[in-house]
Design a binder for this molecule. Structure first.
Ligand code: FUB
Length: 367
């Protein structure tokens, strides 16, 4: 168990080079002025600080359980797998759950909650998880590759929000791809949103059938759509066949693959605000976290804008929660390591405009 304080302030680092603006005799010259300019360009600022520094964490799915904030992140580790476009270097072995009374309070790392070696069907890559509470139990939903290298989504249960969790013997029947987000609607029904293209393999699933030869879509082809399925009351299975979610641009049209600053890539999240359904997601290769609004948990959802501009690092992933009347965005970047596969989770306040639109956040803390 590890506890640390969470300071919320702007940090400025990387003043590297300023000292070298003075030459060795202590005088300045034209070359030194150039160095100073270079230093200003490399300066990095951060809107908020990592929630923990004892381990690398990513993909934070936050929930308020019993009045306390629990964060279900991926646990990034360096296992030496080379980087590739399929994300093989995201080679996570277990999950740790974090918790805090409120944003800004001390953060507790509860230690190992589930290990890949304790998941009978999983072979590798415990990617972005989510959690839910129902039937007096806590459910952890997580993607992993099976023995054939195909991603599915598993479920594990615990009597405590921080685990330890016990995994079901098989993945959820009919599940595939990555990044589950489990949402409870006001009528008590639960839905799982999921999917991710490229390394997340969603492009290989059409009409819920797997075809390993299906490549990423070409620019003028329709973009791959995220997926949703309602869960059974016992929270262990899908209550219906998986459906595609229609994600529409501001003209009401489906996206093409080339619309990659707005089309879906991965990292789905669902929340409700003043009676509307907010579906948010990452655009992956253009690194935006966007949102789209709809009238039903199944969509369609119409694009509204960017929640978070690109963070430092390749991936972007998030969750949105309310606690005590304030809304928060949990997200990650690579501030601690500078490496795309060794990330750290963060949180910042999120603000709505009176019309329900979300104010765009700059992770560098600039206006
Ligand atoms: O952490 C592995 C993958 O990176 C996640 O599943 C994606 O959302 C991206 O953050």
């Amino acid at each position: 168990m590890h506890v640390m304080n969470y300071p919320l302030f702007f940090t400025t680092i990387a003043i590297t080079g300023i000292l070298s603006a003075c030459n060795q005799t202590g005088t300045t010259n034209k070359e030194a002025e150039k160095d100073t300019t270079a230093a200003a360009v490399t300066e990095k600022t951060y809107l908020s600080q990592p929630l923990v520094t004892n381990i690398y964490t990513a993909d934070p799915s936050a929930h308020v359980f019993n009045g306390r904030i629990y964060v279900y992140p991926s646990h990034d580790t360096a296992t030496g797998i080379p980087e590739d476009d399929l994300g093989s270097h995201f080679d996570m072995q277990d999950y740790h759950i974090l918790s805090m009374d409120s944003v800004g309070a001390k953060v507790t790392d509860h230690g190992t909650a589930l290990k890949i070696t304790d998941v009978p069907w999983a072979s590798r890559q415990l990617w972005a998880p989510d959690a839910a509470f129902a039937n007096n139990k806590y459910y952890l939903y997580f993607p992993a590759k099976d023995s054939k290298g195909v991603f599915h989504i598993g479920v594990a249960t615990s009597s405590k929000p921080e685990g330890p969790f016990t995994a079901a013997k098989t993945p959820i029947k009919g599940s595939y791809s990555i990044d589950p987000c489990v949402f409870r609607d006001d009528d008590g029904k639960y839905y799982m949103y999921f999917g991710g293209i490229w390394g997340g393999q969603l492009q290989r699933w059409n009409n819920n059938q797997y075809d390993s030869t299906k490549a990423n879509r070409a620019g003028d082809e329709q973009a791959v759509l995220p997926r949703v399925a309602r869960l059974t009351p016992d929270m262990m299975s899908f209550a219906e066949p998986v459906k595609e979610i229609k994600l529409l641009n501001e003209k009401g049209e489906l996206y093409k693959e080339k619309d990659n600053s707005q089309r879906f890539f991965e990292a789905a999240w669902m929340h409700k605000y003043i009676g509307k359904y907010y579906f948010s997601y990452s655009t992956g290769d253009t690194h935006n976290l966007c949102y789209a609004i709809g009238e039903s948990p199944y969509g369609p959802f119409t694009y509204k804008g960017v929640i978070l501009k690109p963070v430092e690092g390749w991936t972007s992933h998030h969750s949105i929660i309310e606690q005590n009347g304030k809304w928060y965005l949990f997200y990650h970047d690579v501030q601690l390591s500078g490496k795309t596969f060794l990330r750290n989770v963060k949180v910042t306040e999120l603000h709505y405009n009176p019309d329900g639109s979300i104010q765009t956040i700059d992770p560098a803390g600039k206006q």
